[in-house]
Design a protein around this ligand. Structure first.
Ligand code: PMP
Length: 283
């Protein structure tokens, strides 16, 4: 695999970063993940806008324009013959003597690489996923896509140990979001409910697109916190992310959800999403 590391295209596993990089020492950086489906960069401008926002919130100057980022992504696709998978972008504050405080104007460290996977043919879409709940142990600015991910590492380890697919995180009785996804339910009143944007959750790009499609389909969308009890009462539950599109939930903490099978609202949104993707230009 060829990555883009500190300004050059290089064999990924040979690339090196100085140990004094603040990304390594402090997790002082942000990241993005964009899906590539049949040669198309999915929702790419929105991902790059969110990257720009994350950088702005922690005071790192964005090293590239949206056009330049896209150009590098396209070159990564070309050099790796990547037609289906993900492109990972990380920007850290840069290299400096170890101290919490930072000097302005450090040169940010940019790392980008592809991951191969067929996002759009995950068998879990047909069967549905079992999930668990875990306490949300993260900090108070979850809207920033920070590379400090210890809480998510712990949540995903619990996922592995439980033999399930994802964890939904709890702040008291309420679901914030998935460990690496946005949580949705469909209520008995046929409302599509997902938590409102705030500093409590990441503004998911797939969340945004799924809401847009749901509106087009005439669904009622309510953005508000919902509880674990509401998930168990829901007619459907699913989660969204760039790396999975959307995944139906059939069981949570060992209790059946949404009748134990993927629901029709999930299916129609998922199909419409993929249909829209196929109208995007090929990079
Ligand atoms: N929430 C969290 C905590 C995540 O890590 C992710 C995936 N990066 C998401 C939500 C989904 O965001 P997106 O749809 O932009 O991938």
């Amino acid at each position: 695999r060829i990555g883009f590391v500190r300004g050059a295209f290089v064999p990924l596993w040979e690339a090196v970063i100085p140990v004094m990089d603040r990304g390594f020492l402090f997790g002082d950086g942000v990241y993005e993940v964009t899906a590539v489906i049949e040669g198309r960069l999915v929702d790419n401008d929105h991902h790059l806008q969110r990257l720009n926002r994350s950088l702005g919130e922690i005071g790192i100057a964005n090293p590239f324009s949206i056009g330049k980022w896209t150009e590098i992504e396209t070159e990564i696709m070309r050099r790796n013959e990547l037609r289906n998978g993900l492109i990972y972008i990380q920007v850290s504050r840069g290299v400096a003597e170890r101290a919490f405080q930072y000097a302005e104007g450090l040169e940010p460290t940019v790392v980008m690489f592809p991951q191969f996977s067929k996002v759009q043919s995950n068998p879990i879409i047909g069967t549905g996923a079992r999930i668990i709940t875990v306490p949300d142990l993260r900090w108070a600015r979850r809207d920033i896509k920070s590379t400090s991910l210890l809480a998510q590492v712990m949540a995903k380890h619990a996922v592995t140990q439980a033999g399930v697919k994802e964890a939904w995180m709890l702040d008291g009785d309420f679901i914030t979001e998935g460990a690496s996804s946005t949580a949705f339910i469909v209520t008995r009143g046929n409302e599509l409910v997902t938590r409102n944007l705030s500093q409590d959750i990441l503004p998911g790009i797939t969340r945004r697109t799924i809401i847009e499609i749901a509106k087009r389909h005439g669904l009622t969308i309510v953005e508000r916190p919902f509880s674990k009890a509401e998930v168990l009462e829901a007619t459907e539950a699913f989660y969204t992310s760039a790396s999975t599109i959307a995944v139906p939930v059939i069981e949570m903490d060992g209790v059946c959800v949404g009748g134990g099978i993927p629901g029709p609202v999930f299916r129609s949104l998922y199909d419409a999403y993929l249909q829209d993707v196929m109208t995007l230009p090929v990079s």
